[in-house]
Design a protein around this ligand. Structure first.
Ligand code: M6R
Length: 369
């Protein structure tokens, strides 16, 4: 059942190129335009949206956090991302022009379901992005866009995360196509970048041996910090969550820009810090900013584990360990950058002799409050 892997989590990590490819499959026409008729949301509704609110929990919420950067950039629609359990107990401002996107692997998470009900009661349109067919959340939503990751068994979510980002990106590109906020050429180019990801994810998997070696050597570390900027920030949060939930190690993710606002006080001699580095080819200053952050923590004694693109030499002087990922456009980078973090957590948990698939105190789907 585990396909020759030690755990379902490892199998599911290796399923990721297929999870992304399958989620993309059949959603474009012969001219390369996106076709999401399956949404069955009237085009008039999609054209009139003036705000998107993503509701989800845990890893699913981090996928929404990644998507916020992309959808705002492509569609010029404001996107808020909110934990479902916070959303449902406040008085959110929703109108018929608000699109609420509920993301869930299981489709059964109680808080997300309650948030869906809360949103619909107030007249918002709810689109579910869900992996499990026949589950409750899509049944109670106005529309559904399925992720095609296949069944996810391990408590720690991996392939569902990548498939959720992919589905959110399809939604964002579809909205941009419909609303004309991106030129058709740009849209095709972005879609092509997305379609090129499965072999790139495979490339990261092919290099997993080194990540596993490092993880084994670090199995007795009491704490890890994770830093990222832009889309690398939710990747940092996700890397920390993986380590907490299956290896029971204190781990915290931060936006790298926050360092000087507090977290840098935690850095002492030997503290391991993961840093998710964006592409040096991006047009913004993201890359140079994060290289400065690596220098800052290194100067205070941190041991830096850097996720960086192939060919990015600027990080070399400040990295104790480098996990290389293939070159991608910035918005595509989470789909490769998170993979070494998943492998690291899985291997470290295994090295500690823990049950990787069934961590203590956790359930695969949280159907109670
Ligand atoms: O089934 P869902 O996607 O709604 O589940 C949401 C979270 O409970 C889930 O992502 C959880 O955080 C995972 N254990 C993370 O690995």
């Amino acid at each position: 059942v585990k396909g020759g892997f030690d755990s379902f989590m490892d199998k599911e990590i290796h399923d990721q190129p297929k999870a992304v490819a399958d989620t993309l499959l059949g959603r474009t026409d012969e001219k390369g335009a996106l076709v999401l008729d399956e949404l069955r949301i009237p085009e008039t509704v999609l054209r009139s949206i003036d705000k998107i609110i993503v509701i989800a929990c845990g890893t699913a919420a981090y996928s929404g956090h990644v998507a916020k950067y992309a959808i705002e950039h492509w569609c010029r629609i404001p996107v808020e991302v909110e934990l479902a359990h916070e959303f449902r107990y406040r008085d959110p401002i929703l109108t018929p022009r608000t699109l609420v996107v509920a993301i869930s692997q299981s489709g059964e998470t109680m808080d997300t379901l309650m948030a869906v009900r809360h949103a619909r009661e107030q007249g918002a349109y709810v689109l579910a992005i869900v992996n499990t067919h026949g589950s409750t959340i899509p049944r109670e939503s106005d529309a559904v866009l399925y992720t095609h990751a296949g069944p996810e068994v391990a408590v720690a979510s991996t392939k569902a995360f990548l498939a959720q980002i992919t589905a959110c990106y399809l939604l964002g590109l579809y909205l941009a196509q419909l609303r004309g906020t991106k030129f058709p050429d740009e849209l095709r180019e972005t879609l092509r970048e997305l379609q090129e990801l499965p072999p790139k994810i495979q490339q990261v998997l092919d290099g997993e041996g080194y990540v596993r070696e490092v993880a084994q050597a670090m199995k007795d570390e009491p704490s890890f910090l994770f830093l990222g900027r832009h889309v690398g920030y939710p990747v940092a949060l996700e890397g920390a969550l993986k380590l907490k939930e299956i290896a029971y190690i204190h781990a915290e993710g931060f936006a790298a820009g926050e360092l000087k606002h507090g977290p840098i006080a935690l850095i002492e001699e030997g503290q391991p810090v993961f840093v998710v580095v964006p592409s040096p080819r991006g047009r913004d200053q993201l890359h140079s900013k994060i290289v400065s952050n690596i220098q800052e923590v290194r100067a205070r004694g941190a041991r830096t584990l850097v996720i960086a693109e192939e060919g990015d030499e600027a990080v070399v002087p400040y990295a104790d360990i480098i996990f290389r990922v293939p070159q991608t456009a910035t918005l595509m980078s989470p789909l490769v950058a998170v993979v070494p973090l998943q492998i690291f957590a899985s291997e470290l948990a295994k090295a500690k002799g823990l049950d990787v698939d069934q961590p203590r105190n956790l359930a695969k789907s949280v159907t109670v409050e």
